[in-house]
Design a binder for this molecule. Structure first.
Ligand SMILES: Nc1ncnc2c1ncn2[C@@H]1O[C@H](COP(=O)(O)OP(=O)(O)OP(=O)(O)O)[C@@H](O)[C@H]1O
Length: 242
């Protein structure tokens, strides 16, 4: 039996190995993520960023190695156990918003709360609150098809943050956006995470954005972390967005 992870790491991984149909994606990756930290995972195309986020967020089982969340093992959980962990504790934002097309923006944001058993009044109240924080309150009654890509992506961020998960995983969340919209989405995402003490794990190939918004970066090259994590300065702005 291995040693338990450090107490102040909300997520901790040791020696993760993961292949996709025989193609190695992660080769012995180890890292710790502190409570409330904004960590950027950087690297070029195919370096293993999505696979690492998938393993840390219990979406993908590891081939070998260990993943711990809050000092509990994730790598030994069953599929159902991993699903429950994801549903109860984690939030996700991808490069595509994947909103439910039949629902309005407000209904999309409220949906995870309603599915978790939150009452209508509280769920829709939280949805209104987060849509306002993300500056898309005027989109509340519109369906995704009626909205701009940048608006849809902000709604996806609101949907991920509304249940106040312990950890938010954002996999290239600004990939389809223009520079100005990229900055805006990342500014809101990171300041909302900081003001609510949420841990944020952000995958991006854009080192400039990573250095600007993350507390720390971990670079992946060909499924490995070749250098120790580099501390970067924490942005001066840490205030809430409302
Ligand atoms: N479902 C899959 N089936 C087969 N190979 C895969 C699969 N997913 C990822 N890979 C391979 O695993 C390696 C790591 O991929 P991954 O998507 O994790 O990298 P990435 O850094 O997120 O890349 P990108 O920036 O392009 O999204 C690559 O060689 C990729 O081709």
């Amino acid at each position: 039996m291995s040693a338990a992870p450090p107490d102040n790491d909300v997520l901790w991984a040791r020696g993760i190995v993961k292949s996709h149909h025989g193609t190695p994606a992660l080769r012995e990756v180890s890292l710790g993520i502190r409570e409330g930290e904004v960590l950027a995972v950087t690297g070029g195309r195919g370096s293993g960023k999505s696979t690492l986020l998938g393993c840390l967020s219990a979406q993908l089982p590891v081939d070998s190695g260990e993943v711990w969340f809050n000092s509990s093992p994730v790598h030994t959980l069953s599929r159902a156990g991993r699903e429950k962990l994801r549903r109860d504790r984690f939030g996700f934002v991808g490069s595509e918003p994947h909103l439910v097309p039949e629902l309005t923006a407000r209904e999309n944001v409220a949906l995870p709360l309603l599915l978790a058993g939150t009452g209508n009044r509280t769920a829709y109240g939280a949805a209104d609150d987060w849509l306002e924080r993300l500056d898309v309150a005027d989109c509340a009654k519109h369906r995704p098809v009626e909205l701009l890509q940048s608006q849809r992506q902000r709604i996806a961020v609101a949907r991920a943050l509304a249940p106040l998960p312990r950890v938010v995983f954002a996999d290239d969340p600004t990939a389809p956006l223009h520079r100005e919209a990229q900055d805006q989405v990342l500014r809101i995402l990171t300041s909302a995470a900081r003001s609510h003490q949420l841990t944020l794990v952000l995958a991006t190939h854009d080192t400039e954005l990573a250095n600007k918004y993350a507390d720390r970066t971990v670079a992946l090259v060909d499924g490995r972390t070749p250098a120790p994590p580099t501390p970067v300065r924490r942005p001066a702005t840490t205030t809430a967005t409302r």
